[in-house]
Write a protein that binds this ligand. Structure first.
Ligand code: RP5
Length: 207
């Protein structure tokens, strides 16, 4: 296939991909709040290697919504649809995206390939896997060669939520109001953990 044909195919795939996501075929599944997953004028682009990743990473969306950061979610694969990934990453900045979050499992090259094609900051989410517990995803996301940075959050646990929060922090460097809200959120942690401690002490005394 020549380059023009490949580019054309990529565009079709990307449109198909986006419209599938926008109609919420996959994400109607577990979405608790009835809001569209892909919003207009997104600042953060979430990409993932498969729709099977979403249930494991959906907290990333919740974190962004907490701060009213518009985002979009698309399925594309570094291995199965490399030209789509290339096109998405290449055009991301021009479309107004400011941060890309890439989630993949196994031989998880998505974040790295995205980073290869954009100057936007890329946050990788290594998706837990059945075979190797996500160690495969972690190493292939985090072990980038020099010159092509990808930051990686943890496998499972708070990883996806932290990816969303980190994107908020990046956006906050140029947005004082977002920074103020993030500081408020951090201050709220004192009360949150204080309440946990209080409840725990009461339980201890009762036992
Ligand atoms: C990766 O392969 C995806 O990110 C996913 O974690 C994994 C399995 O994908 P499916 O076979 O479920 O589509 O590329």
């Amino acid at each position: 296939m020549n380059r023009a044909a490949e580019r054309c195919l990529s565009a079709i795939q990307l449109r198909y991909c986006s419209s599938t996501i926008c109609r919420g075929k996959n994400f109607a599944l577990k979405e608790k709040r009835q809001q569209p997953m892909s919003q207009s004028n997104p600042k953060v682009g979430i990409v993932m290697g498969s729709d099977s990743d979403w249930p494991k990473i959906e907290k990333v969306g919740a974190a962004l919504r907490e701060f009213d950061v518009p985002f979009e979610v698309n399925v594309m694969s570094a291995h199965r649809t490399p030209s789509v990934v290339c096109e998405y990453a290449t055009n991301a900045e021009g479309r107004g995206l400011q941060v890309i979050i890439a989630a993949a499992g196994g031989a998880a090259h998505l974040a790295g390939v995205v980073a290869a094609h954009t100057t936007l900051p890329v946050i990788g989410i290594p998706v837990p896997t059945a075979d190797l517990g996500g160690m495969d995803s972690l190493l292939s996301t985090v072990q980038m060669p020099g010159d092509v940075p990808v930051v990686s959050v943890a496998v499972g646990m708070g990883g996806p939520r932290n990816a969303g929060l980190f994107a908020v922090q990046i956006l906050g460097t140029g947005d004082p109001e977002l920074r103020r809200r993030f500081a408020e959120f951090k201050a709220g942690l004192i009360e949150k953990i204080g309440n946990k401690n209080k409840a725990f002490q009461q339980k201890l005394q009762a036992s």
